[in-house]
Design a protein around this ligand. Structure first.
Ligand SMILES: [Zn+2]
Length: 126
């Protein structure tokens, strides 16, 4: 987690060369004035420190979308075949299989199951 946080802060610093000249231009100071670069860099540290958590929520929150699990080397619960990859819908807006047994399906059976759930009105991606 902290490695990602550090990389994220470094990523934010990559926008400093874009922000600093614009700040300089907007404030009427010379483009290579150290103050616009320093304050842009500081602003990007603050922005990165805050938005790491905001972005983490947006991209990982279960409240904003459905959760699918993918597992390698499974035996499909529907057809009994070995598959290199299996899928299961865990939770969506109106579907919840967070409790109980995990059942993985091969790609073909997963597509059939998704169609079946869709016919029943399950939201697969909300
Ligand atoms: Zn299958």
């Amino acid at each position: 987690m902290w490695k990602r946080y550090l990389l994220y802060l470094i990523r934010w610093q990559l926008s400093t060369p874009i922000l600093a000249p614009l700040v300089a231009f907007g404030t009427g100071t010379p483009v290579f004035d150290a103050r616009s670069w320093l304050w842009s860099g500081i602003a990007n540290v603050i922005g990165g420190a805050i938005f790491f958590w905001v972005d983490k929520f947006i991209f990982t929150s279960r409240k904003l979308g459905s959760t699918w699990h993918v597992k390698e080397n499974i035996i499909c619960v529907a057809c009994g075949q070995k598959a290199p990859r299996g899928y299961r819908l865990v939770k969506s807006a109106n579907y919840d299989r967070t409790q109980g047994k995990s059942e993985y399906r091969c790609e073909e059976c997963s597509i059939k199951k998704a169609e079946e759930l869709t016919r029943k009105g399950v939201e697969l991606y909300k």
